[in-house]
Design a protein around this ligand. Sequence first.
Ligand code: UGY
Ligand code: MN
Length: 247
Amino acid sequence: MTGLFGSTRTVVKSRYALITPDGHVNSSLPGWENVTCIVQISPAMGAKFCQLLITLNKDSHGRGNTGVNQFFFYVVEGNASIVMDEKKSRLEAGSYVYVPPGKDIHVQGSANGAKLLVFQKHYEPLHGTAKLTPIVAHEREVKGQPFLGNEDARLQVLLPDNASFDMAVNIFTYQPGATLPFVETHIMEHGLMMTKGQGVYRLDQDYHPVQTGDVIWMAPYCPQWFVAMGKTPAAYIYYKDVNRDPM
Ligand code: UGY
Ligand code: MN
């Protein structure tokens, strides 16, 4: 698909943003070497978290301590590895890693290259909850559950559903024609990337055609709805903030 010069589907508003890959511009980020890094969503647009897309090659490294932040890495394509607590884990498409705050990490690329989607959030501890530990897993290990009874709209919940966690990351897969059952309006914020197929996203009062690779930020209380369209399933991976007092 070629776009007309001077045009883009990207829209950035105060309550939501649709970021399409044609507009990506790289950033250099501390700790990352020989990578291409796109900051897709950040506090600079009004979000309370960051969403990054990092492309690695065989000479790529990401090193440092997570500090006050927690990180969620999802392998969109290719192969990479991560070292935590002196243990190296090999990652492939569909692998994911949760890294709690205060943890030393070393991410490495591979000859196959890799694209990593990263969610980064300042961790808000909750008194009386267990200390968080790293998780390395694969999406195939997580069964998709029908969303509000709809067999054609399935949700995979990638992180444990307990109050130690202040963020959730889920994969939503829709058969063609399946929809979110109603226009959601909620306090939680979202960052998402389309990983399969296409559809139409309602954001606030606007309807946007979306496809694989598109990114959406939804501020708290941004009305939202989705319908999958086309001949193949549509899927997106998304972040939300959970389990903390709204005051
Ligand atoms: O978890 C959610 O709020 C999800 N149903 N929202 C969304 O897919 N836009
Ligand atoms: Mn939602």
